[in-house]
Write a protein that binds this ligand. Structure first.
Ligand code: DQA
Length: 149
């Protein structure tokens, strides 16, 4: 069974409470439950993690190198700052899908640049927490080799 890592960066533990006008009312536990439901439907295994610490995210990417088939990642603010996360993702060979709940391009200019996008096979932003579902579906398609481009 293919294993997908779903990784979440800083402050996403506060999802649902944090700026709900931007990020919505769903909690990260709700997002995880939806991801697990979809993974079961698609016959995938997922590891769902969140951390406020950059090194933990890097360590999970290294773990994914050993046993992961794909990575779906919302790096949160590390998107815009972390060369170290980009370097880690560059060591991973499977599909990488970058997710942002909000449309970062509609927001402050400092959110317009993403280090992670230099490696991501696809980027989903501004589609709310549904982006996670879409990201998992796309990673699954790429893993199965059925991708149409
Ligand atoms: C975010 C967008 C980032 O700019 C921000 O720092 C986040 C969340 C999003 O999901 O929209 O923490 O990644």
């Amino acid at each position: 069974m293919s294993l997908i890592y779903v990784l979440n960066g800083p402050n996403l533990n506060l999802l649902g409470k944090r700026q709900p006008h931007i990020y919505g009312h769903e909690t990260l536990a709700d997002v995880e439950a939806d991801c697990r439901k979809l993974a079961a439907e698609l016959g995938l295994e997922i590891r769902f993690h969140q951390s406020n610490r950059e090194y933990e995210i890097i360590d999970w990417i290294h773990e994914a190198r050993e046993d992961g088939a794909g990575i779906v990642i919302n790096p949160a603010a590390f998107t815009h700052t972390s060369l170290a996360i980009l370097d880690a993702l560059n060591t991973f060979e499977g599909p990488v899908i970058e997710i942002h709940i909000s449309n970062v391009h509609k927001r402050e200019s400092f959110r317009h640049h993403s280090y992670v996008s230099h490696r991501a096979d696809g980027v989903i932003c501004g589609l709310g927490t549904e982006g996670y579902q879409l990201g998992i579906r796309r990673a699954a398609t790429m893993i199965s080799g059925a991708s149409k481009g």
